[in-house]
Design a protein around this ligand. Structure first.
Ligand code: ADP
Ligand code: MG
Length: 457
């Protein structure tokens, strides 16, 4: 067993260099070497994959790469077999997975399926088909931690970010994972709007008790777009009690929003402080690599295999994750109608005409953000990007990093490069610091809004 782990780690180290980090963490991190056998001339390598989805993708796309890599690592030719198997090494670290409920017997997966329907959990949104890159890795790690230990890791988990960056997908993935481990778990997914409609109806029909029975006894409550309840007094009041009832009974709450709690106007102070007592993570716009991975995932789900240059062309031209899926649907039907192969040329011809092109938002350039921050704080650019650690310079520099990361959605590494070649961990620290400060410090909040307004103007 130990040998297998070492051999596979060697192989993964080398594969890491030849594929993008998004592809690596999406596909390869979900594999292990489940058995190694063979003769003097040849090895037979059995690659265990976490799900059939991972298996299909890896097998069709990366067979050659894995075969070559293993031949180098083992110094012998290799045949590959791909199987769906849970990684036993992970199971040991992870007591939850060893519980009998997790065994995916048929009835069990059917139970889980029914439980998901009841909980309004969309089956297509799971961790297995969620691609990870620097723009969402913190949110992803937090969501996984919560899925493993609901009610104890971070409560509430508050995920915020722009439209179509994967907030709903990630939140639903937690519900999915909890129900897969335990179909008996009381999980409910709803939107801020559903919650609002439910309580309004409850008040109107004098059925608030059944509303309370529905929400207050949950083990995991997922509310999407919680900003919707802001400014609605009766709804916020009810939500406050729901929140307290669920969390004090050990239940988990996950919320998504288009803004951090500090920037949601008309949100009751007591709710804001509850949200801030948990973990707040942001998801930035997907970078190119992540868009490639999402394009691959979505096309594999639709049963089409796109050549890599077509994938890259789509990723380079469509910025929003949500639009990728729409474009693929269009692509497939156009290919059917025209009886055409999906070649890069075909993709290009369709991209040119799409509404995507016109609606692509015009975003500020990194240099605009640097200029604006420099003017806003009256600090010369050289000093701002320089090495001074004095607070009057260091704080504006952190704000600058925060904006480059969250407003423009640049990868951590890229932000580091722009800010005087700093390390990505420095950037990560700055983003965390400002996110945290913005929730308690009015001045910082005003600075951020002020700079954003100047960028728009
Ligand atoms: P949001 O709630 O942030 O507006 P969604 O979760 O609805 O965004 O995501 C929009 C679409 O993009 C969905 O189809 C989702 O599956 C896909 N998507 C977004 N991010 C990812 C990702 N990292 N991996 C796979 N699919 C993603
Ligand atoms: Mg959403």
């Amino acid at each position: 067993m130990l040998d297998n782990i070492i051999v596979w780690n060697d192989a993964l180290e080398s594969i890491k260099i030849s594929v993008s980090s998004a592809i690596f963490s999406t596909w390869f991190s979900q594999t292990h070497l489940s058995s190694l056998s063979g003769t003097n001339e040849k090895y037979v390598v059995e690659v265990g994959c976490n799900s059939s989805f991972v298996k299909n993708t890896i097998e069709t796309r990366y067979y050659g790469l894995i075969q070559d890599t293993m031949a180098k690592v083992l110094e012998k030719p290799c045949d590959l077999i791909f199987v769906v198997k849970v990684n036993p090494a992970k199971t040991e670290q992870n007591p939850i997975i060893t519980t009998p409920l997790f065994e995916t017997t048929k009835t069990n997966s059917e139970d889980a399926k029914n439980a998901m329907i009841k909980s309004k959990i969309r089956q297509g949104y799971s961790f297995e088909n969620f691609a990870v890159s620097s723009s969402n890795q913190m949110a992803h790690a937090a969501a996984e931690a919560v899925a493993q230990n609901p009610g104890t890791a971070y409560n509430p988990l508050f995920i915020w970010g722009g439209v179509g960056v994967g907030k709903t997908h990630l939140m639903v993935a937690v519900g999915h994972s909890v129900l897969k481990q335990n179909p008996e778990a009381k999980v409910l997914f709803c939107t801020g709007e559903d919650f609002t409609n439910d309580i309004v109806e409850g008040i109107r029909n004098k059925t608030t008790q059944s509303f309370r029975n529905k929400y207050r006894k949950l083990g995991v409550l997922l509310i999407d777009d919680i900003q919707f309840i802001a400014g609605k007094d009766a709804v916020q009041e009810e939500f406050f009690h729901t929140f307290n009832a669920v969390t004090s009974a050990g239940g988990q709450i996950i919320l998504t929003s288009d803004k951090p709690p500090s920037e949601i106007s008309k949100l009751e102070e007591r709710l804001r402080s509850r949200f801030e007592a948990g973990l707040i993570v942001d998801v930035a716009a997907p970078d190119f690599e992540l868009r490639c991975a999402i394009t691959q995932i979505k096309s594999a789900e639709k049963g089409i295999e796109l050549p890599m240059d077509a994938v890259q062309m789509i990723a380079a031209n469509i910025e929003a994750a949500r639009k990728i899926e729409g474009f693929l649907i269009k692509l497939i039907s156009a290919a059917k109608v025209k009886k055409s192969q999906i070649t890069p040329e075909f993709v290009e011809s369709l991209l040119g005409k799409g509404p995507e092109e016109n609606s692509r938002s015009v975003r500020a350039k990194p240099s605009d953000v640097i200029d604006t921050v420099s003017k806003y704080f009256s600090i010369g650019k050289r000093v701002l990007l320089g090495s001074s650690r004095q607070r009057p310079v260091a704080r504006p520099r952190q704000v600058l990093m925060y904006l480059l990361r969250t407003h423009l959605g640049l990868p951590l590494e890229e932000v580091g490069r722009l800010i005087g070649n700093r390390d990505h961990t420095t950037v990560m620290h700055a983003v965390e610091k400002i996110t945290h400060l913005a929730s308690s410090d009015v001045q910082i909040r005003e600075d951020i809004l002020g700079i954003k307004n100047q960028l728009r103007g």
